[in-house]
Design a protein around this ligand. Sequence first.
Ligand SMILES: C[C@H](O)[C@H](O)[C@H]1CNC2=NC(N)=NC(=O)C2=N1
Length: 96
Amino acid sequence: MVEPLSPARRQALPDLLPHWSLAAGRDALCRRFQFRDFTEAFGFMARVALLAEKQDHHPEWSNVWNRVEIALTTHDAGGLSERDIALAAAVDALLP
Ligand SMILES: C[C@H](O)[C@H](O)[C@H]1CNC2=NC(N)=NC(=O)C2=N1
């Protein structure tokens, strides 16, 4: 079991992760990414996959050609946890 995100950290989310928003109807952080083409989008996904394995925390995501949508939530916590913040920040750091 993983600790759910504290109310204070939850309140800080917009400052901590300004590019991510709370999903409608579920406790998840989401962000859409757009790239030049499929090769770039898939290259990004490959890098995120390596991060996910390193952090043992895995995204829910979809890809349509040059677009990637990521949702982060912690199944073991039944909602957001610090693991989602850590992975979102690491994903952001991949981008220029
Ligand atoms: C056993 C393994 O550590 C867990 O199942 C991990 C793997 N990746 C995970 N990813 C996500 N998003 N949530 C989890 O609760 C989770 N748990």
